[in-house]
Design a protein around this ligand. Sequence first.
Ligand code: G4P
Ligand code: NA
Ligand code: NA
Length: 192
Amino acid sequence: MQLLQDRIRKDGKIKEGNVLKVDSFLNHQMDIQLFEEIGKEFKRRFEGEKINKILTIEASGIGIACVVAQSFGVPVVFAKKNQTKNIAGDVYTTKVESFTHGRVYDIIVAKEFLGKGDRVLLIDDFLANGMALEGLAELVQLSGAELVGAGIVIEKGFQQGGDLLRSQGIRIESLAIIDSMNEKTGEIVFRD
Ligand code: G4P
Ligand code: NA
Ligand code: NA
């Protein structure tokens, strides 16, 4: 998606450890006009697919997922990262191992909001190691819902998440795939 690539080149900041900061339009301040265009692009890419629910994960996926859900005209559910350990009520849960943060956490979604008959599109802002997205796919499977695919705003193509999930047969549509970035020169190479 050219508009998004241009925006990443213009406002993205490359930090140590191959981290791309996009706080001015995606992760902190949010450019809702851009989000709307992103929503339309996902709608176009998943044209013809029956989708009745968007699933994302807190925190930074929620904003973008809401706008995407608007373009699909369906509700959005966000998986919660369980910190308290006392899981309330009837839920699906799975563990996510974060390499970046060096910890394991539970993600949960109430059975009430995901189940048989649902056709689900996963949405997230970043795909890097892919552990969170894999966890979401697991929740969909546990619930008996159908996973249609995943829409990602920025995929870091040099980390293994994309390959991992595609090899599991999950359809992943990433609007910008970064093959490399250089902290010193600021150069970003996008996949065609
Ligand atoms: P994993 O290490 O746990 O497998 O996850 P992943 O690679 O997907 O990345 C860990 C977290 O860091 C994720 O956020 C992900 O969105 C974010 N992330 C990874 N690479 C980058 C990057 O280059 N730039 C930015 N801005 N974020 C990146 P999260 O754990 O879901 O937390 P939250 O921010 O959504 O609360
Ligand atoms: Na994040
Ligand atoms: Na995220």
